[in-house]
Write a protein that binds this ligand. Structure first.
Ligand SMILES: [Zn+2]
Length: 123
């Protein structure tokens, strides 16, 4: 029980770290800012809010990228965020490799039950 809580906490911290990192990469002007400065810049109060903020940002970014070449489906992830549909399995493989390296998580590829394409999901 205790180890579960610790693990959860560790995952949360890791997620927050990744969120800051990705945000800085996305908005280079933030790269030289301290975490606190970024938070106040974005009018956020909790680190958790930042994680959600970055997730939304990435969904928009990925969505714009996807729109150019792909048609989406209406599958949602556990947080209710639309999933990316990869029309090409090699795209899914490439993104999986990147995310696994970046976030230290294991992902699996599966076929979309609604449209022709693939999704990624945490194992
Ligand atoms: Zn789908």
């Amino acid at each position: 029980m205790k180890t579960d809580i610790l693990r959860e906490l560790k995952e949360e911290l890791k997620e927050e770290e990744v969120a800051f990192w990705r945000l800085k990469r996305y908005y280079p002007p933030l790269a030289s800012m301290k975490e606190k400065e970024i938070m106040s810049y974005l009018h956020l109060y909790e680190r958790k809010e930042l994680v959600a903020y970055v997730k939304r940002l990435l969904v928009v970014e990925e969505g714009q990228k996807a729109k150019r070449t792909q048609k989406g489906c209406c599958c949602l992830d556990a947080m209710g965020i639309p999933k990316n549909l990869y029309l090409d399995r090699s795209d899914a493989l490439r993104v999986r490799e990147m995310l696994e390296k970046e976030q230290g998580i294991a992902l699996k590829i599966y076929t979309c039950p609604r449209e022709q394409g693939w999704h990624l999901s945490k194992v």
